[in-house]
Write a protein that binds this ligand. Structure first.
Ligand code: NAD
Length: 449
């Protein structure tokens, strides 16, 4: 669905007419460098990340600057993991204030903070928590497609634990992820991929050698997930219902993967999926639970049909497949599960009690299963898309659609690829420090914020 205002707003006539500007977001393309300009890297207190982040910036061919000068900067990375007093917070403000005006289009502000629950004393906990309010406000103040996010890092996590997250949030892969905080802990299992096939340092193929199954892959967001993971080097098993066979075959052909026609709600679906993965691929590294349906009605008019089908596809099937994965050896070391939730599961939505309950349920499931997957060196996380430009949102009444597009800090809907890129980051073997999290892909939507 084309966004007329977005297309119009970048023309000279629109500027004369005062049409509000919708920024053009920079998105990833293979071969694109991680950074497009100098990066301000600084720390307050005895943060341990400024040095490795500076090395990462330089490895990627960009200069590190210690403070804002005259030139535009691509990103600010401020390590506040050692900040524990209000004086430290004031120092952070002194660094950020002159730098804010220097952040270029689609620039990045990335703060790293300590876990408030691990702080010694009320002031340190308050300072750690204050970063949440700080980063959300920065996200709302930045312009031209720039974003702000916060990594909350556990004291025991080595600097390498944040590598894949720092890369993701600095890169154009995180174009529509804004105002989020993500907890990074000591990575589960081994940081090294035992198969030796995953090379996170290869920016173009971070999923090389990994096998990924994507449910609901015949169209929409699922098709984009399959395309993106394949682009990043994964072998795709594309799964969808038999009725979507044509689209499914197209996805499988496009990605060079295989198609599996299977209704995820069938009683034998978990068993058939696991058998397919074992027989055809010898196992699986990444499972993306994307298939989902809506059957909207006000609760006052809700039938058991509508309720049951939505809960069965969006939640029940995921619960059963995850139990089957936990009970088998098909999920390989450094396995990653990513579940597609929704902003509706966080904010609620009129006419979507069934859908919102199922998508909130996904978040509960992810949190409950994270320690169980961690025991076997695997992780499970959720992504919660906001307004994404798809067939589904294209059919909304124009008023609802325009509201969905504009009530976020980036003033536009996201694209299916934005959800896919976020899943790609969580799917990397190197992302083992991120477990049991919900990452919203919503451009910092005001709904449910
Ligand atoms: P879509 O309807 O375009 O695609 C969903 C796919 O899932 C279809 O190919 C469908 O055939 C498949 N599917 C449905 N039931 C299935 C079953 N029982 N077994 C196997 N496959 C089945 O939807 P979309 O917009 O691409 O959404 C994808 C996911 O993202 C869903 O979970 C949806 O809830 C979620 N989401 C979408 C948006 C958005 O803005 N589009 C926002 C938030 C969350």
């Amino acid at each position: 669905m084309s966004d007329l205002l977005s297309n119009l707003s970048n023309t000279p006539i629109a500027k004369q007419l005062g049409v509000p500007t919708v920024p053009r977001l920079r998105r990833f393309e293979p071969g694109q460098p991680l950074l497009s300009g100098p990066v301000l890297v600084a720390s307050v207190g005895d943060g341990r990340f400024a040095k490795p982040v500076s090395a990462l910036v330089e490895e990627n061919g960009q200069r590190v600057v210690a403070e804002a000068g005259e030139e535009k900067i691509d990103a600010i990375v401020l390590d506040l993991t050692g900040a524990s007093t209000l004086a430290d917070l004031a120092t952070a403000r002194e660094i950020l204030t002159p730098a804010m005006k220097k952040v270029g289009p689609s620039g990045r502000v990335l703060l790293l903070g300590a876990e408030p629950g691990e702080a010694s004393g009320a002031e340190a906990a308050a300072v750690a928590q204050s970063l949440d309010g700080l980063v959300r406000s920065i996200g709302k103040e930045l312009r031209f497609g720039a974003t702000a996010n916060l990594l909350i890092v556990s004291a025991g996590a080595a600097p390498s634990a944040v590598d894949s997250s720092v890369r993701f949030f600095l890169s154009s892969r995180s174009a529509y992820v804004d105002g989020q905080n993500v907890h990074v802990s000591v990575p589960v299992g081994s940081m090294l991929d035992p198969a030796g096939m995953d090379d996170p340092r290869d920016p173009d193929l971070p999923l090389r050698g990994r096998v990924a199954v994507v449910t609901g892959a015949a169209r929409g967001i699922g098709a984009a997930i399959a395309d993106t993971l394949a682009r990043d080097g994964a072998t795709i098993v594309a799964m969808d219902i038999p009725a979507a066979g044509e689209g499914l075959a197209k996805t499988a052909n496009r990605t060079g993967g295989t198609a599996l026609q299977l209704d995820i709600t069938a009683a034998d679906a978990p068993q058939r999926l696991l058998e397919h993965l074992e027989q055809r691929h010898g196992g699986v590294d990444l499972v993306v639970h994307n298939a989902g349906i809506t059957r909207d009605k006000l609760l006052a008019n809700m039938t058991s049909d509508r309720w049951d089908s939505v809960l069965a596809v969006n939640l029940g099937a995921q619960l059963k497949i995850n139990e089957a994965l936990l009970g088998s050896t098909v999920l390989r070391d450094a396995g990653r599960i990513v579940c597609v939730s929704s902003q509706s599961g966080i904010a609620g939505n009129r006419g979507q009690t069934n859908y919102a309950a199922s998508k909130a349920g996904v978040i509960g499931m992810v949190r409950a299963l994270a320690p169980r997957f961690a025991e076997r060196g695997a992780t499970i996380n959720a992504v919660a898309p906001g307004f994404i430009e798809t067939e589904m949102t294209g059919h909304m009444p124009i008023g609802t659609r325009e509201a969905g597009r504009r009530v976020n800090s980036l003033k536009q809907g996201g694209l299916p690829v934005d959800v896919a890129e976020t899943i790609g980051w969580l799917g990397q073997a190197e992302s083992g420090g991120v477990n049991g999290q919900v990452v919203r892909v919503c451009g910092q939507s005001m709904l449910g914020a």
